[in-house]
Design a protein around this ligand. Structure first.
Ligand SMILES: Cc1cc2nc3c(=O)[nH]c(=O)nc-3n(C[C@H](O)[C@H](O)[C@H](O)COP(=O)(O)OP(=O)(O)OC[C@H]3O[C@@H](n4cnc5c(N)ncnc54)[C@H](O)[C@@H]3O)c2cc1C
Length: 414
């Protein structure tokens, strides 16, 4: 494939374009908006290979049924909110078992072995973005809950992580004085990084521009020209665009894009919300997971971001204020300094989700030159560099990482 058109300029599409361009491929990126402006924008920016577990997990079925009743809970599911969602959820719940969970965790963790080195390489190559190497602190109110999460680290031993030592409340407050006295248990994972995701997208876009790669904004894919098993051109709002290969990295909209080629792939949106506060309110020195509330917090240059909730209500960017109330309430239990009412930038984004919780990376069934890279769920920032490299391996005929077959889009008979 000589000329590859990447559809979507989020973290995943930009990373794929960058890896392809570095290998000398002719690349054009198109996006219906501007680079990094969708789910890549307001997320927590954690780069955390030690959180490689798929979302469908044993026990989630009952927890989620309980949480479904509460509109400000960390998980909210509205099965009737969108056509096809109930069927997708049925598939998702069938993956909430131990065997699929462990298999998926190791496949993702194996690919993520290259993640931290991948970010280091971006810095070396002159991609400019806000990167911190301060680790990730887990903070809990309840010891049993903390032990449950800590024990999951047993699975990561073979991927280079130890089981972190538990920390008491005073030890946690020594690290993060802003934590309340209610926070009594936790642990630190010192290896992890975090980035300001907006800066990562901007850094990739700037680097691509310096390499002569065109990123066309405000261009929406509306269809495609097909000859046998090949896509020959994309139909777009800016007219047809010739292509030797097409890589769809359109996040939660990826299912809608491949549908234009007559293929159905099960991509749903796992909506999350964030609140970014600048210059006022809580202060942190490193990212902290506010355990029971399931809120990720990240300090950036000049601000702190709180991100959380998982809402399954279809592929749309409707903002539900009740989720934000849940985040504000959750933060208040863990951090001394409150977020003043009415303060902060509120945001909603759609995590691209598949029913087994694993990314979809590879050739689209029935096509030779139509590829897809999506479904990274809570790990799209973490996995951007390794995804870019893996997709570039596949496209250029290099040997891809051994876990790539686990992410084959063909696993879905939909
Ligand atoms: C609250 C929250 C917190 C998160 N925290 C983290 C975290 O700490 N660490 C982490 O690793 N991940 C995190 N994530 C997940 C991460 O944000 C996503 O996995 C990631 O942003 C997905 O990137 P993407 O490039 O696949 O999709 P997107 O960023 O959504 O990009 C898709 C692009 O495709 C374009 N597009 C769509 N349709 C078309 C079309 N028809 N034609 C042309 N262009 C099109 C869109 O305009 C968009 O720019 C979080 C997500 C949320 C919601």
């Amino acid at each position: 494939m000589k000329r590859i058109v990447v559809v979507g300029a989020g973290a995943i599409g930009l990373a794929c374009a960058y890896s392809l361009a570095r290998r000398g491929r002719q690349v054009v990126v198109i996006d219906r908006g501007t680079p990094g402006d969708a789910c890549t924008k307001g997320n927590a920016g954690w780069v955390t290979p030690s959180i490689s577990a798929p979302i469908p997990a044993p026990g989630l079925t009952w927890t989620s049924l309980k949480w479904m009743m509460s509109s400000d809970s960390p998980l909210y599911i509205a099965p009737t909110a969108a056509p096809g969602l109930a069927r997708w959820l049925w598939r998702f719940w069938r993956h909430c078992n131990h065997q699929d969970f462990i298999k998926g965790l190791h496949a993702v963790a194996s690919l993520n072995r290259g993640t931290l080195a991948g970010f280091d390489a971006l810095v070396r190559d002159g991609v400019s973005f806000e990167l911190h190497r301060d680790g990730l602190l887990f903070a809990f109110l309840d010891r049993k809950y903390m032990e449950g999460v800590r024990s999951e680290f047993e699975h990561y031993r073979e991927h280079g992580y130890g089981v972190p030592a538990p920390l008491s409340g005073p030890e946690l407050r020594k690290l993060e004085p802003g934590l309340t006295d209610e926070v009594a248990h936790g642990f630190l994972v010192p290896e992890e990084y975090h980035v300001r995701p907006e800066s990562l997208a901007a850094g990739y876009a700037a680097k691509l521009a310096s390499m002569g790669i065109e990123v066309r904004t405000g261009v929406t894919v509306t269809g495609g020209r097909i000859a046998g098993a090949k896509v020959t051109a994309l139909e777009t709002t800016a007219g047809p665009i010739e292509a030797d290969g097409v890589l769809v990295a359109a996040g939660a909209w990826s299912g809608q894009v491949v549908e234009k080629f007559g293929v159905t792939l099960p991509v749903q949106a796992g909506k999350g919300y964030s609140l970014t506060v600048a210059g006022i309110g809580p202060r942190l020195t490193r990212p902290v997971y506010l355990g029971e509330a399931r809120i990720g917090s990240s300090p950036f240059e000049g601000g702190v971001r709180f991100a959380g909730t998982m809402e399954l209500s279809g592929v749309n960017e409707r903002f539900d204020q009740r989720r934000m109330v849940g985040i504000r309430k959750g933060v208040a239990r863990y951090l001394r300094e409150p977020v003043p009412a009415g303060v902060g930038t509120e945001w909603v984004g759609m995590r691209p989700l598949t029913p087994d919780g694993l990314p979809m990376m590879g050739r689209v069934p029935r096509f030779d030159n139509l590829l897809i890279a999506t479904g990274h769920a809570m790990l799209g920032i973490t996995m951007a560099p390794v995804t870019g490299e893996a997709m570039a391996d596949l496209i250029t005929g290099a040997t891809p990482p051994p876990s790539l077959p686990a992410f084959d889009p063909g696993r879905f008979r939909w």
